[in-house]
Design a protein around this ligand. Structure first.
Ligand SMILES: Cc1ncc(COP(=O)(O)O)c(C=O)c1O
Length: 367
């Protein structure tokens, strides 16, 4: 079976570096908020073009901590796209704020600026676009809306490590960038992890406090918070992987270009290609098919695994439906949820495998 992604292949290529990272942490005997976290935070901030990165326990926590650090909480509304991983909304709710779902653009699949404007109320405090599948949202239009209405702009960059918008890296395009290091992300830990990238030292300081029980110094708790620390072992693994991120992303990009050519004749809608403004990091290669279930079954039969990102838009998830306006309210997100299909794409995938996927999609028998 050709998998959607293959971490075993990825890790086999850098196994000595991963082993060395684990050994280093054990030898040093410092496991929480130690030198490995500090070093990784510096390197990640530099890769994202920001002054600071603050490690935390997950991408969801990165969102929650950021909103809390910005003073967003009960009664405040945060506008986010309906087509995203449910934790985007979960992070908002955990901060005590109200998620307000906007529709997405039919071509880019990221938050539609016109829909954002249609969902604004006097309680709107922040916009939380998602760089879905690795493609930066329309940050020019969203920045303009945020500035015009005095709103905070926060990136959900959980899928966008190394993506670029107008030449600038994801994570540096707003007040804060929220990253996940879930193992299958373009930069993944070997467990859970997350980070927030920021330029403002005061915001970085508040995030550092909030991730660690609200402590400003040892045993000095300034405000109530929880434990959302990044541990040294995960930071060491991330430091081992970060130097390879650009190469892995280049491989993903080349595979995306290749898919565009191989699948040009298929009865599918393909993802928008990169252009001068917007370079995806191709976290996922997502096509759209009106016959998705049949196509998915055919691919499985041909030994090609696929996945759905996401089969249900968040405003129709039982957990979050109470914040939305029900079926039919966000038609583009709803149509995409019914038609999207993620094809295999990952560093180490061979040209043969890509051709096999394309043949199965096009229903061309193997030679
Ligand atoms: C777009 C998006 N936002 C937020 C998250 C949450 O990240 P985590 O699983 O690290 O909490 C994820 C990953 O699941 C994601 O893909």
């Amino acid at each position: 079976m050709i998998p959607v992604t293959d971490l075993a292949r990825l890790h086999a290529g850098i196994r000595p570096e991963i082993d060395a990272a684990a050994r280093r942490v054990l030898d040093r005997n410092w496991f929480i908020l130690g030198p490995e976290v500090e070093q990784f935070e510096l390197a990640f901030a530099s890769a994202c073009g920001t002054r600071f990165a603050v490690g935390c326990a997950s991408g969801t926590d990165a969102i929650t901590l950021t909103l809390r650090a910005l003073g967003i909480g009960p009664g405040d509304e945060v506008i986010l796209p309906a087509l995203t991983a449910a934790p985007t909304a979960g992070g908002v709710v955990a901060a005590g704020a109200v998620p307000v779902f906007a529709d997405v653009d039919a071509v880019t699949r990221t938050m539609d600026p016109a829909s954002v404007e249609a969902h604004m109320t006097p309680r709107t405090r922040a916009l939380l676009p998602v760089h879905l599948y690795g493609r930066p949202a329309d940050m020019a239009a969203l920045t303009e809306i945020a500035e015009h209405h005095g709103l905070l702009l926060v990136e959900d960059a959980a899928q966008a490590h190394g993506a670029r918008w107008q030449g600038r890296p994801a994570g540096s395009l707003a007040v804060a960038g929220c990253f996940s290091f879930y193992p299958t992300k373009n930069l993944g830990a070997l467990g859970d992890g997350g980070a927030v990238t920021v330029d403002d030292p005061a915001l970085a300081g508040r995030l550092q406090r909030l991730r660690n029980h609200g402590q400003s110094a040892r045993y000095r708790h300034e405000e109530h918070s929880a434990n959302s620390r990044l541990d040294d072992l995960q930071a060491a693994f991330l430091s081992a992987k970060l130097p390879h991120l650009e190469r892995w992303n280049a491989e993903r990009r080349a595979q995306a270009v290749r898919y565009q050519a191989l699948l040009a004749g298929a009865p599918l809608r393909l993802p928008p290609p990169d252009d001068a403004t917007c370079q995806s990091c191709w976290h996922l290669f997502v096509v759209e098919s009106d016959e998705r279930e049949a196509l998915r079954a055919r691919l499985a039969e041909a030994g090609v695994a696929t996945d759905l990102h996401y089969p249900t838009p968040v405003h129709l998830q039982p957990a979050y439906a109470g914040y939305g306006k029900g079926p039919g309210s966000l038609p583009v997100a709803e149509r995409l949820a019914a038609t999207v299909l993620s094809l295999p794409l990952f560093p180490g995938m061979t040209e043969d495998e890509q051709e096999q996927v394309a043949r199965a999609v096009l229903q061309v028998p193997a030679r």
